[in-house]
Ligand binder design. Structure first.
Ligand code: GLA
Length: 372
């Protein structure tokens, strides 16, 4: 299925009556396992997906950034004044500030990432803008430093205290591979996905509510659990440390400690194509996110239930920040269509909601489509 969206370059010509100088792409991501571990300095195992954002840019001579998107609307902000931009342009503004960009820009965006589903369209937008502007200026492209700048833009300018997983996945994706990321050292180890396996994203199409505030609360709870153990982060906590915690600190830390172990076990199981082990690891991850970290939702739980027993299923769990959004399923190659129909039918019978399924494969990280 051709997923590259030609809309960005076309939209650019339409709105600005000119040719873009650079067109860049940056993928969304799905996390196979390791949620709410990144900002705890832990391990994650995401992959970049085929669904992506395309960013077309050209310099202009005024201190203004004009942004255009068919999906989210047009807007503009000045680069010589500190006022915050409106709506989605705030992500563009945050990244340009981190890059120390001066001057003006026309920028058009197209996307094949379903909005609001939790597949990191915001990180893809940040990385897409960073990739395009770096090429425009002739800067060297560095996956880690671009990801850290994009994360800082989101933390400090947008106000979402996200970790580094989404930005690193969008910048560092490798075709056919998941990425085992150590979020403390930022080391990325590509893990080949067995060719006998397919990845299916199951979108609950239930609105994600309270994402920002609940997410920031979880982050604060984790930090406080670590400091009551006298540790810099929960990455350093062990199963034995859990005996020294109670209440909310205990259950949040228990999730992080066990999830880190599951990520490493999942990477080993992928390498040896041990599907039976993957099934258990993914099921345990979902239960831990649901009961200990409390970031699942009735819709996500129903989708996991609906997928269980589906034809060719290897493992299924909620994925990403939670509170709605998507589940990820690993299925045996060739069974994704039958499996998706099975899961979506049962999900609709249970919830009355029509979900969506996307079979996807691991894509390359951000790159330049046109221009220097
Ligand atoms: C969101 C954040 C990530 C990560 C996940 C949960 O996607 O942006 O940094 O914390 O939630 O794993």
């Amino acid at each position: 299925m051709p997923l590259v969206d030609p809309a960005a370059a076309r939209l650019f010509r339409e709105r600005f009556s000119n040719e873009p100088t650079v067109v860049a792409r940056a993928p969304g991501r799905v996390n196979l396992i390791g949620d709410h571990t990144d900002y705890n300095g832990g391990y994650v195992l995401p992959m970049a997906v085929e669904q992506e954002i395309v960013v077309a840019v050209r310099r202009i001579d005024q201190p203004t950034v004009q942004v255009a998107s068919e999906q989210f609307g047009d807007s503009a902000f000045r680069t010589d004044q500190p006022d915050r931009a409106n709506g989605w342009a705030v992500y563009v503004q945050g990244v340009l500030r981190e890059l120390g960009f001066e001057g003006g820009l026309q920028l058009a965006v197209g996307s094949t990432i379903p909005a609001g589903a939790g597949l990191s369209s915001s990180a893809a937008l940040e990385i897409g803008v960073a990739r395009a502007v770096s090429a425009l200026r002739g800067d060297e492209w560095n996956i880690r430093s671009a990801s850290l700048k994009a994360q800082r833009a989101e933390n400090d300018w947008v106000g979402m205290q996200c970790g580094i997983m989404d930005q690193l996945s969008s910048a560092g994706g490798e075709p056919g591979h998941a990425l085992l990321i150590d979020c403390q050292s930022l080391d990325i180890q590509p893990i080949p996905l067995p060719p006998t396996l397919e990845v299916v994203i199951l979108d609950t199409r239930s609105p994600r509510t309270l994402v920002g505030s609940e997410y920031n609360d979880r982050r604060a709870e984790s930090t406080s659990a670590a400091s009551s153990l006298g540790l810099a982060s929960l990455r350093e906590a062990t199963t034995l440390d859990l005996d020294r915690l109670t209440g909310t600190s205990l259950i949040r830390a228990r999730h992080v400690v066990s999830e880190n172990q599951r990520v490493l076990a999942a990477a080993r199981s992928l390498r040896s194509a041990n599907f039976e082990a993957l099934r258990h690891i993914m099921a345990e991850s979902h239960v831990s996110l649901r009961d200990d970290y409390e970031v699942s939702s009735p819709a996500l739980d129903s989708m996991v239930e609906a997928a269980n027993g589906g034809p060719g299923l290897i493992g299924v769990r909620m994925t990403g920040g939670g509170f709605g959004g998507c589940c990820v399923a690993l299925v045996e190659r060739g069974s994704s269509e039958q499996f998706s129909a099975f899961a979506l039918r049962r999900y609709r019978d249970d919830t009355g909601t029509i979900g969506r399924a996307y079979a996807t494969s691991a894509a390359a990280g951000a790159s330049i489509l046109e221009g220097p």
